[in-house]
Design a protein around this ligand. Sequence first.
Ligand SMILES: Nc1nc2c(ncn2[C@@H]2O[C@H](COP(=O)(O)OP(=O)(O)O)[C@@H](O)[C@H]2O)c(=O)[nH]1
Ligand SMILES: [Mg+2]
Length: 301
Amino acid sequence: MRDLIQDAAKGDRRSLARTLSALENRTIELAEVFEIIEPVEPAENVWQSLAITGAPGVGKSCLLDGLLTHWARAGLRVALLAVDPSSPRSGGALLGDRVRMTVVDDQDLKENIYLRSIATRKASGSVPLIVADMTQFLLAIGWDRVVIETVGAGQAEVRCAAIADRILVVEGPARGDGVQAEKAGLLELADAVIVNKCDLPGAEQHAGELRESYELGAGASPPVLLTSALHGTGIEDAASMLLALDASGRSERARWRERLLAHHERKILEAPQLDVLLEKLAAGSMTLDDVIRSIGANEHV
Ligand SMILES: Nc1nc2c(ncn2[C@@H]2O[C@H](COP(=O)(O)OP(=O)(O)O)[C@@H](O)[C@H]2O)c(=O)[nH]1
Ligand SMILES: [Mg+2]
């Protein structure tokens, strides 16, 4: 394991993939990794991780292809973790994500890019925390930025997004049913919004609706940009805007709420006495509050 991790840190892609799998399967803990390697100091005053989230089909992967191309050209080394709720067998999404990534076909750029999918159905343990561990590992071995693509559908995906330093929400043109992301509590978490597919009707209208709904809320509004990943419109502007993106003040509390929930979930799932506690719950000899207290206090039962 030591050799594997050291090789991964030196840049060997196969060792990197295997180390990430070990973190994913929880056969190794991040703490053990950090006993073996010295983490690279992060650059100051820039974000290290960015989550890109939004409904399936809005164009996140296409958009990322464009953004990663710009960032790789600028000399940044960027890793993409695609959190994929579909299983590799049932959905084409896993393959699809890779197929569309033309940035890795570019001989000059591919050294600066690393792509990795995480099939959430296969994952053992808490997905947001697995993603957090992988992100920390990639940063520790010298990747400049980690981008996390999630489908903003379920709570686990929202929590994956919340582990990142910044959150970009991607939307499509208006579908006449109001602001979709609002429902998932995503708009609250966004540091920036991109309305993609601006080559189609309804995109500008939707961007207008989003800006309006932000103005109604408290605090400064995050930037709302229009792009067409298909035609490359607005991608360069979006790429530079995102690199310098500040956390929107209003997203901070919502983000910490999600992180707290994810942390809590991990504590429960990883509690060594969990099986015993579940048995006691089933037998009626402990209440849910008792169990929470017991886990919080790290009690042995
Ligand atoms: N018209 C149009 N189609 C786009 C645009 N961006 C992506 N698409 C298409 O939308 C579909 C879904 O894109 P994908 O990147 O896989 O979406 P994701 O599920 O959000 O990652 C694909 O068929 C793309 O070709 C765009 O800017 N305009
Ligand atoms: Mg995608």
